[in-house]
Design a protein around this ligand. Structure first.
Ligand code: SF4
Length: 446
């Protein structure tokens, strides 16, 4: 449970010395509780108090990093059960399994299809990131060869799964510094796997037949001082995956049970493709850290990455595009039309394809409206004549086109007289709906 300002105050020196920049220890405690300052700003806090407060300020679900550098994926670290309470911070990872019993031809095919699981949606690149390599053959050399092949032909983050700890030790070195997940760690091999993970900077996948056993395994690992842990709920019997995922999140958040406060990795199951799709969709929504499917099927992954993108987009922060002048539909010139609209990404991605449909190369001037759509921005006074003029000046529009005509959205026709007065440009009233842009550009503009 989060500590209150008064709980924190009780652990401070209470000298009101002001070295932290706050007038009193109580004011500092309140700022810590509100996460507005850091504990190390108080130089006189005791080590004991520091340890207590640091532990209490850790998120109830530990943040785990897989991979390194630009490719790294952070999962966990969530603090709420429902997105509307705050937001979800770390999108879950999506991936596929590759068994080391896969034939060479099928392995190449799977790798090729995995590499193609990359899509662009509302201006963002979304893709599958993870490959879980399984040592189903129980043959160390087959496992190592499969890991080498996957590592050399993909940029996937790796989950390496074998019951042979010597195979894991060799495989983890192939991953290099790309911090993979290794496992499964159970009661009997947890110490060995922890030693491998510690010396190779890897994450550990802890498993067990029920939540108690998983807690025992994570407890063993944590007792060694190592906490880079994920939990695998696949082997938990007599309860649905939805219940497992929900229970672990609730217990970590509401009961502060640290032994299961780690991101969960889920392998989907089912009799057919649609079972896997619905299983994965459930796990993305409720509360998996990693979701692994058996096949790299784009018709399954596109809806899943879209769902993930929607759930992990902060609803309080509209998705925006850069506010600048875009050349759409080839290379527009000095006589090409100029359309102006707002930087709300859905507005941009509604207007852009319609300009492309028109097959009339066009300049698209995007005004910064804090991500609001046309009418909302106008009502909030974020899309008005002065702002449009400002964007025109920043884009140096006078030197881009020679005609001094600009097309504004039909919904904000009311700004035309003012914009004409302050810019000296002729203001053309465009269509209200993006779908009418092709007809407008081909007829009215021409
Ligand atoms: S530096 Fe520490 S002791 Fe001094 S006022 Fe701030 S919290 Fe209190």
């Amino acid at each position: 449970m989060a500590l209150t300002g008064l709980d924190i105050y009780k652990l401070l020196p209470k000298t009101n010395c002001k070295k932290c920049g706050f007038p009193t220890c109580l004011a500092f405690a309140m700022a810590i509780a509100a996460k507005k300052t850091a504990l190390d700003k108080c130089p006189d806090i005791s080590d004991e108090a520091k340890a207590t407060l640091s532990a209490a300020s850790e998120p109830p679900i530990r943040t785990i990093t897989i991979g390194a550098g630009e490719k790294k994926l952070e999962i966990g670290g969530e603090t709420v059960l429902f997105r509307h309470e705050k937001t979800f911070f770390h999108p879950c990872g999506l991936g596929i399994t590759i068994s080391d019993t896969t034939s060479p031809a099928d392995l190449q095919d799977k790798i090729k299809k995995f590499n193609a699981l990359s899509f662009e949606r509302v201006g963002q690149k979304v893709k599958a990131e993870i490959i879980a390599v399984k040592n189903d053959s129980n043959d160390k050399s087959k496992f190592i060869n499969t890991v080498k092949e996957v590592k050399s032909k993909t940029t996937a983050l790796l989950v390496l799964l074998s019951n042979d700890t010597s195979a894991l030790e060799e495989a983890v070195k192939i991953a290099g510094d790309a911090k993979p997940v290794i496992g499964p760690a159970n009661i009997s091999n947890a110490d060995q796997i922890t030693a491998i993970a510690k010396s190779n900077n890897a994450n550990i996948l802890a498993t067990g037949k029920d939540l108690d056993e998983i807690s025992t395994v994570t407890g063993k690992i944590s007792a060694s001082g190592y906490k880079e842990i994920l939990i695998d709920l696949s082997n938990v019997k007599d309860i649905t995956s939805l219940e497992n995922l929900t229970q672990t999140r609730r217990m970590a958040l509401k009961k502060n049970i640290r032994s299961i406060g780690f991101p969960a990795l889920v392998f989907t199951s089912g009799a057919n493709t649609y079972d896997h799709l619905s299983y994965a969709a459930m796990a993305i929504a409720k509360y998996a850290g990693i979701v692994i499917l058996p096949e790299p099927d784009p018709s399954i992954f596109l809806p899943l990455v879209t769902l993930r993108q929607n759930i992990y987009t902060d609803p309080q922060k509209p998705v925006t595009v850069d506010s600048k002048l875009y050349a759409i539909g080839g290379q527009p010139g000095a006589n090409s039309p100029v359309i102006v609209t707002t930087n709300f990404s859905l507005t941009f991605f509604s207007v852009e394809p319609e300009i492309l449909n028109a097959k009339v190369p066009t300049w698209l001037l995007i005004v910064d409206t804090d991500g609001l759509s046309v009418l909302t921005a106008w009502a909030a006074e974020k899309f008005h004549a002065e702002k449009v003029l400002d964007a025109m000046k920043k884009a140096n529009l006078e030197s881009v086109v020679s005609h001094k005509k600009i097309i504004i959205p039909g919904y904000v026709a009311v700004m035309a007289p003012k914009l004409n007065e302050i810019s000296g440009w002729e203001i053309l009233i465009g269509p209200r709906e993006a779908s009418a842009i092709p007809k407008y550009l081909r007829s009215s503009w021409q």
